[in-house]
Design a protein around this ligand. Sequence first.
Ligand code: PLP
Ligand code: ZN
Length: 405
Amino acid sequence: MSERVYLMCISCGREFERDTLIYTCSSCGDLLDVVVEPKSLFRRDTLQGRVDSMWRYKELLPSFDKGLVTLGEGYTRLVECKKLAKWIGVRSLYLKLDGLNPTGSFKDRGMSVGTSTALRLRMKRVICASTGNTSASLSAYSARAGLECIVIIPREKVAVGKLFQARLFNSKVFQMVGGFDDAMTVVLKCAQALDAYILNSINPWRLEGQKTTAYEIWEQLGRTDIAVAVPVGNCGNISAIWKGFKELGIHGVIKDLPIMIGAQAEGAAPLVEYWEKGLETIRPWKNPETIATAIRIGNPVNWKKAVRALRESKGLITAVSDDDVVKALRAMSSLEGLAGEPSSAVAIAASKKLVDEGRIDPDTTLVSVVTGNPLKDTSDYLISWNEPVKITDANEIIGYFSRQK
Ligand SMILES: *Cc1c(COP(=O)(O)O)cnc(C)c1O
Ligand SMILES: [Zn+2]
């Protein structure tokens, strides 16, 4: 048989058998981690020629045999960006383009493992709350898996591309008054009554897929003495990526562990507040507000895991203004021809801020995770710096350029 896989509470250490239908510890109520004990391990050279998805790292992933739900997620491009490195002020910069995933965000990594687990548990129905991408991704994977999918999103401020995807893949979509945190409360209330499997990032199997971003950065870059910048909303992805690096360390694949850099928007920064004020527990924000709608979250479910990632990696976290997010998006797009949705630009803006403040060494090799595709959110205010000129004939174009001289 394959590796040993089980669940473990992050607080009291209680273990649960793999096929337990559970989201949090039944003893103390805290979050759960998936633990995979590999039988053997890959090395960089043994990975050559394997499938070009995240499933190339099978030794450290739970196996599903015939029941695997996959759309070819992961193994996204890592692209060096010299001009943007200069703009941020670091020696070198690589963008991890997770917007290239099947539905355009890193959520697909988690949903591959998550929906496979739903089938394993013989669930017929899945449910999630979402700021957009979780619902887009779960909808597509549910269609693939033959699961019925229920989606609860805020009535306002969900990017149109994301809502389009949830509808396109035929989920039952409910639009709720309030924000993500209210939608999450509703999911927790009705999942059991509806016999629906919850696939928000409170579900530890999601993060198990998302940890593969770390394996890819290691394999593609060939080094891990780096800093990795990640936008932070519900705190799942930064925790997952750190888990991935930590496992490579524990199993002796790498020696150096990266510094994790968390990035929040000023209008939705409960984790930054917790960290900077040294609070005892996180203080939920009532009305989070930012143009980076993917991280417009006031009560992050996975905050304890993110705190662990920041502590263990000697990491940094900061918040940036929406104005700085637009500037970072403009810098990415005009200097490199690459972009992401606003939340991805939050990580770029935060990295620049931390360099300016002297908290990131300019000698750093930085990897910034571009978490979502720029086509997800095409709101006009993101590109107000480049208005189209309305014309009726060729002379107006020629006239426009002669005026420019
Ligand atoms: C979900 C999401 C985030 C935030 O990730 P968390 O795990 O909630 O911290 C950031 N950017 C994009 C594009 C996302 O879809
Ligand atoms: Zn516990």
